[in-house]
Design a binder for this molecule. Structure first.
Ligand code: ADP
Ligand code: ADP
Length: 230
């Protein structure tokens, strides 16, 4: 079954060409899906719709078969289930220290202090940043900030993790680590969706691929189906 769907999703930024032009797709629960496409094809805009940051100009987004609702309560509940890691960690990291930043989401849920602590600890362990918890995030390397951003999303314990270009700007070793992490999370049952323009990465990593170009879906299916080239 699809955990997230879009139907006829269209969106234009102000003064812009349409960024999405009627996108219909489904994300299968428990799978690893790649949104593959060149810069500007609409991948980020699609992600921003999947967790309710943007509202469709036309069409709908569904979570578990239910159309998204855009009141604050529904959005807060959606964002516990669908986490988004931005391409640029600096669009996401605001607090002064690493641990405060990762604690932000769970604190907002109104969880007891001890539970928040536990989640922060666990999330920082997963991304291997536990030793940096009291450090100012601004003093970390790009790759480290990227991992803190991932920890922030994981601390919400979402069922679906959307990662926008998670390997962009990282060296080969860091790319491997991030990909291993995604495998581990998927193995534990999370639905993983990453965007990339890297065809090799899609081929090696994905179960399913959605190929985008200029705001439209060109192909949607299994990775084998795409590379068998029918
Ligand atoms: P991708 O993630 O595949 O690079 P985007 O979703 O970022 O694609 O962009 C799709 C289109 O929307 C592009 O033409 C881009 O220039 C435009 N766009 C993206 N963000 C904005 C924005 N904040 N304001 C105006 N146009 C935007
Ligand atoms: P991505 O491809 O992941 O969207 P970009 O480098 O295209 O990354 O965009 C980085 C930031 O700039 C995003 O916040 C995006 O929304 C914004 N952006 C992208 N294109 C435009 C545009 N044409 N006008 C204004 N903002 C844009």
């Amino acid at each position: 079954p699809f955990i997230i769907e879009t139907r006829g999703l269209a969106y234009s930024y102000e003064n812009g060409e349409p960024a999405l032009k009627g996108v219909t797709l489904g994300i299968s629960e428990g799978k690893k899906t790649v949104i593959l496409g060149p810069n500007g094809s609409g991948k980020s805009t699609l992600f921003l719709h999947m967790n309710g940051v943007l509202r469709p100009g036309k069409g709908i987004v569904l979570y578990e078969g239910e159309p998204l609702r855009y009141d604050n309560k529904s959005l807060a509940s959606l964002r516990q289930k669908v986490g988004l890691v931005f391409q640029n960690p600096d669009d996401q990291i605001f607090a002064s220290t690493v641990e405060e930043d990762v604690a932000f989401g769970p604190l907002n849920l109104g969880l007891p202090r001890a539970d928040v602590e536990e989640r922060v600890e666990a999330a920082l362990d997963i991304v291997d940043m536990a030793g940096f918890r009291s450090r100012p995030a601004q003093q970390l390397s790009f790759g480290q900030r990227k991992r803190v951003a991932i920890a922030g999303a994981l601390a919400m314990d979402p069922r679906v993790l959307l990662m926008d270009e998670p390997t962009a700007g990282l060296d080969a070793q860091m790319v491997r680590e991030i990909l291993e992490l995604t495998e581990e999370l998927n193995y534990k049952g999370k639905t993983l969706v990453i965007s990339t323009h890297d065809v090799d990465l899609a081929y090696e990593w994905a179960d399913d691929v959605i190929l985008m170009s200029e705001g439209s879906v060109l192909f949607s299916g299994t990775v084998d189906g795409l590379f068998e080239g029918e």
